[in-house]
Write a protein that binds this ligand. Structure first.
Ligand SMILES: Cc1cc2nc3c(=O)[nH]c(=O)nc-3n(C[C@H](O)[C@H](O)[C@H](O)COP(=O)(O)O)c2cc1C
Length: 351
């Protein structure tokens, strides 16, 4: 849809967060007028944690924090859309500016700090989805949950969000990897993570039976990866998302390179794919892997799949390439599979 790619180019003239908010407003207003995407190449269909994904390209968390526009984004061709991160109570996030383009690096640095309208607003938006979730007519929507910055009991925050939102989405992502909520990444440690995943899987066994995925950081050493793999294998969760943004600063050329926050986009592709491969080796098929970080082409998505991902997600490349990117990645991925003699995505996972 070239008109939308032109729109994306115009939006890049605005400050980053203003452009983002305008995009959400436009997408919301356009939802009823956007055509349903044509059927994806059947070789791209993936079945994972009990859900049928029309294609493996998802929209990563952080774009639609309050679940305002999942159906509009599905119409741009995403095989699934992850909303959030949502916290129990609304919170403003960090002072602006907090979102920075690094155009020369095809990257972004953000220190948003879980700005969101809280779980009650997200629930209301999910309930109001066009076509209604209950009728099953929308695309696959995940909800990504987190903790308030000033929470006295962060694990209780995840349980609250799970209770409020799990019934309104197809899967739930437990985000313990944002670098912008001080101390949050500490939940990736063995004891805390065991307690967190235990609390959520127990809540699930008594109520809403939805797949649970854990989203981790790329800034983890071998010992930390070992521990996470051990906890995940011992838990009853279904998936692992690798990865969130990085606090590392590889060589960057843009003026904004020194900003504090999480780096995403092209410079994250190689390190996040390496961690994905490390977790694939450690988990050996115990859970479904979702590869995120720096995807901007079919080859990039294919690299994640070969490293062990059954599904992939992206966000930053949309800022630079516009929504036409989603259909292009699908086409390129089909070419990669055919070139290497794979009958479908699943056959290429981890190969
Ligand atoms: C502006 C911005 C906000 C984000 N907010 C969230 C968030 O709320 N929760 C989360 O799990 N990840 C968040 N992310 C991380 C993305 O979901 C993704 O893991 C990361 O950006 C790497 O993918 P990419 O290189 O394709 O952007 C955010 C990323 C960006 C750029």
């Amino acid at each position: 849809m070239p008109i939308f790619d032109l729109g994306a180019r115009l939006l890049r003239q605005l400050p980053a967060e203003t452009a983002h908010n305008a995009t959400l407003t436009l997408a919301g207003a356009m939802t009823p007028f956007l055509p349903q995407p044509g059927p994806a190449d059947p070789r791209l269909a993936v079945r994972a944690f009990g859900l049928d994904f029309p294609n493996p390209i998802g929209l990563a968390a952080g774009f639609d924090k309050n679940a305002q526009v999942p159906d509009a984004m599905a119409r741009f061709g995403f095989g699934f859309v992850e909303c959030g991160t949502v916290t129990p109570r609304p919170q403003d996030g960090n002072p602006r500016p907090r979102l920075f383009r690094l155009s020369e690096d095809r990257a972004v640095i953000n220190r948003m700090g879980f700005n969101n309208g809280g779980m009650v607003l997200a629930a209301r938006n999910l309930k109001a989805r066009t076509g209604s979730y209950a009728k099953g007519s929308g695309g696959i929507v995940g909800i990504n949950i987190g903790a308030n910055k000033d929470s006295a009991d962060r694990i209780a925050d995840y349980a609250l969000c799970f209770g409020e939102l799990a019934g309104l989405a197809d899967y739930v992502t437990v985000n313990v990897s944002s670098p912008n909520t001080p101390g949050l990444r500490g939940l990736q440690g063995k004891d805390e993570l065991t307690r967190l995943l235990g609390t959520l899987t127990e809540a699930r066994s008594k109520g809403i039976r939805k797949p649970i995925l854990l989203k981790i950081a790329p800034d983890l050493d071998d010992a930390a990866l070992d521990e996470i793999a051990e906890v995940v294998k011992a838990s009853a969760i279904e998936g692992l998302i690798v990865s969130n943004t990085t606090i590392a600063r590889p060589a960057l050329r843009s003026a904004n390179a020194g900003q504090t926050g999480g780096l995403s986009g092209k410079p994250l592709l190689a390190p996040s794919t390496r961690i994905l491969g490390e977790m694939h080796r450690r988990l050996n098929g115990a859970v479904t892997l979702v590869g995120v970080g720096g995807i901007a082409s079919g080859e990039d998505a294919y690299a994640k799949i070969r490293a062990g991902a059954s599904l992939v997600q992206l966000y930053t490349a949309l800022v630079y390439d516009g929504p036409g990117l989603v259909a292009r990645i699908q086409r390129e991925l089909s070419v990669c599979l055919a070139r290497d003699g794979f009958a479908n995505v699943t056959d290429a996972v981890g190969r």
